[in-house]
Design a protein around this ligand. Structure first.
Ligand code: PA5
Length: 441
């Protein structure tokens, strides 16, 4: 079985030595024990910890059954959600998809996303696209009241009911939400939607292996059993890798490396990095502390951010996601005129050039004082993605405890919402509204 791996050049380029990193390993192991014992901060949100190994046949069957109906009956399925109710599914689907799937015929429903922004034109364009076509909706919100998905759902639900009738709509809207509480649960019960539960003890950013992620991934036609099997493997055997990652990044942070850049050399990993940024940003960025999680897509961004990374303020380190095998072979052709001077690589795979760009970049950045961690992913398939997801989740919990924060809350995300509600004159926000108006004068 192919397994992701981690290797570590962090000590090559900074005042952090291998010894310093090793010194933090007991703390990383202790953090893992704190998670396992459930006696740390935020311990009411540890439902993700043994989630992969707890998913049973009935759950898989149910998700696959619902996915099949949506896939077969609909041309488009719109997954509505934001943050943790969006990024995991988006990351996995993008990582597994043909880069140009949107422009090619599709065997089943195409999965589209909404409710992850408040773009008026975005919603207009989406409704324009699905107008007159059979579409279904997966509405995902733990609270059921998040503004972005609520707006998108209100619009798309009305459109679907008008287009197909209330009955058909109710059979093709699936709600993923809290077991009992919230507006979406109430509506789903009233309308008779198929529903799935987001467990109380699983926070949004740790929810990709619940129906939040698994249902849209299954609708897109991917193997959720292999995804979960990969996660189970990491749940059982991944601790050494997690200890290396958590210890190294904390050693670097203590040494002034305040920014971690997640690097990929495969465009399909762009959204995996977006998912990772939410996971680490919301988990660690609090109490005035936390590594800032950033990301780049190479080689694309070597032509934009490469200068800064090579030569800017030395407060960064890189974690590189390196994909082993490509799915398809493309060989660079020879050209008689050779005006572009590429004949020296004629006959070679495009990926060989990419791999040399990757190695060359690593050497250059290490020389430039950027510590480097390397995560190798043998192939970009469901199994390896499942491993990677669980690896990052548990290492995140461990790393947060090492930093001394509660990795499972996100008090900071409420501040902008309160201001937005006050500015929109939402009932109940009158006092805040008056205070803001005074500030804006
Ligand atoms: O990680 C989180 O808790 C957040 O990003 C939430 O997932 C996001 O705000 C969406 O919340 P909800 O699922 O309640 O709509």
């Amino acid at each position: 079985m192919k397994t992701i791996n981690i290797s570590n050049n962090a000590a090559l380029t900074s005042t952090v030595t291998t010894a310093t990193i090793n010194e933090l390993q007991p703390a990383a192991m202790a953090a893992a024990r704190t998670l396992e014992n459930g006696d740390g901060a935020g311990n009411d949100f540890l439902g993700w910890l043994h989630l992969p190994s707890s998913i049973d046949e009935a759950q898989f069957n149910s998700i696959e059954h619902t996915a099949r109906i949506l896939r077969e009956d609909c041309e488009y399925v719109i997954a509505i959600g934001i943050g943790g109710s969006y990024l995991g599914a988006k990351a996995v689907i993008e990582a597994l998809s043909d880069n140009f799937a949107a422009y090619k015929p599709s065997k089943g429903a195409r999965v589209l996303f909404a409710g992850n922004n408040i773009g008026e034109d975005y919603l207009h364009n989406l409704m324009d696209l699905v107008n007159g076509h059979k579409f279904g909706i997966i509405v995902i919100s733990k609270s059921g009241t998040t503004t972005e998905p609520a707006i998108a759902f209100r619009l798309l639900k009305a459109m679907l009911e008008q287009q197909e009738g209330k009955q058909w709509a109710a059979r093709h809207i699936v709600a993923v939400t809290d077991a009992e509480r919230g507006a979406l649960r109430k509506l789903a019960t009233e309308e008779g939607y198929v529903t799935y539960i987001i467990p109380d003890n699983v926070g949004g950013r740790f929810s990709v292996l619940t129906p939040v992620g698994l249902l849209p991934i299954a609708v897109a036609g991917y193997d959720i059993r292999a995804l979960v099997a990969g996660a189970v493997e990491m749940e059982k055997n991944g601790e050494d890798m997690m200890v290396t990652y958590a210890a190294t990044r904390n050693a670097l942070y203590n040494d002034g490396k305040k920014i971690e850049i997640l690097v990929n050399f495969d465009p399909r990993l762009h959204f995996l990095a977006e998912w990772w940024k939410q996971l680490y940003g919301e988990s660690e960025g609090k109490d005035g502390k936390g590594i800032f999680p950033a990301s780049v897509d190479f080689t694309t961004d070597l032509h934009s951010m490469g200068q800064w990374i090579q030569d800017g303020e030395r407060t960064i380190f890189e974690t590189v996601l390196s994909v082993g095998d490509q799915r398809h072979a493309v060989i660079i052709p020879s050209d008689d005129a050779d005006l572009d001077g590429l004949n020296y690589i004629a006959g070679r795979h495009v990926d060989e050039v990419n791999k040399m760009a990757e190695l060359g970049t690593k050497l250059a950045h290490v020389d430039g004082g950027v510590p480097n961690l390397l995560i190798t992913i043998p192939t970009l398939d469901e199994h390896c993605l499942g491993q990677l997801i669980y690896f990052f989740e548990k290492a995140c919990g461990m790393s947060g405890y090492m930093l001394g924060v509660n990795p499972f809350n996100q008090p900071g995300v409420e501040a902008y919402k309160k201001n937005m509600f006050a500015l929109l004159n939402k009932p109940g926000y009158e006092e805040q509204s008056a205070a803001i108006q005074a500030k804006l004068k």
